[in-house]
Design a protein. Structure first.
Length: 276
């Protein structure tokens, strides 16, 4: 199979279970919302105890190291905390810290002007990145331009297909359009399909030969057992392909998207649930 399979989870137990289920695991993605769902974090919050700002990074690091022990050769995505006020220097400081935790990290950055500036700096430092909360082809083009010159495998882009479906738009069209746009490129950006909500999403991503899929454990089980979950009959709006030249400076692309802003707010809100 061409497509690499990642687990989308902040729980090392699910890492073990996924590896046992499949016999392999190519990597794992994490984010603030998934770290909040970690059983240890939930137990602590249930006792009415939150983390200090320093403790929450220590906890995140411990989760990442536990995952690394299970899949030492797999890419593990670690996400910076970034709200609208986060500066380039603040984001970069987090990125460098998180990159020091394990040797197989991909640092997750939002597709914002600040995130793309940091992406360029990290690529120049030979650090792997995962540009997250992608909802448009323009954003995908900006990521390609901002990271031009990176090595293959150094840059992932994560289109969130389930969140587009939630808005009545066909998220799988975005995957198709990104793959088409990158088809004749230098290949330094790999498309990582995120926010997979169903077996249909997973199988369609395989059929399109997406570079990577990141999948919740429950859907990996469905796939392994070949059980098709109930799917929605809702008609989704098509996302039309745009003819976009990838050689333009990234600042020329329209990277603004409401769902990116909503996603940033959600991740920040979940992260702040852990902090005193």
């Amino acid at each position: 199979m061409k497509t690499k399979i990642f687990l989308d989870s902040g729980d090392p137990k699910e890492t073990k279970d996924s590896f046992s289920l499949l016999g392999f695991l190519d990597g794992q993605t994490t984010n603030p919302s998934l770290i909040v769902k970690n059983p240890q974090a939930q137990e602590r919050l249930a006792r009415g105890e939150k983390f200090s700002r320093g403790e929450v990074y220590d906890f995140y690091q411990s989760v990442i190291k536990d995952i690394y022990q299970i899949i030492p050769n797999g890419s593990i995505s670690i996400e910076v905390y970034a709200d609208k006020k986060t500066t380039v220097d603040e984001m970069l400081k987090q990125a460098l810290l998180m990159n020091s935790w394990i040797p197989t990290a991909h640092i997750k950055l939002p597709i914002t002007h600040t995130g793309l500036e940091v992406a360029r700096i990290l690529v120049d430092k030979n650090i792997n990145i995962n540009m997250t909360l992608c909802f448009s082809q323009q954003q995908a083009a900006a990521v390609y331009s901002a990271t031009y010159g990176a090595k293959k495998g150094q840059v992932f882009i994560s289109p969130f297909i389930g969140r587009l479906d939630d808005m009545g738009v066909n998220g799988l069209d975005l995957i198709k359009n990104c793959l088409e746009m990158y088809k004749n490129s230098d290949g330094h950006v790999e498309v990582l399909v995120a926010s997979i909500r169903s077996l249909k999403h997973l199988l369609a991503s395989f059929a399109m030969e997406a570079d990577i899929v990141t999948v919740p454990f429950s859907i990996l089980k469905d796939w392994k057992e070949k059980i098709e979950p109930q799917s929605s009959a809702k008609k989704l709006k098509e996302i039309k392909y745009e003819e976009i030249g990838l050689k333009e400076p990234w600042t020329q692309f329209n990277i603004d998207h409401d769902l990116t802003n909503i996603g940033i707010e959600k991740f920040c809100s979940d992260w702040n649930k852990l902090i005193l």
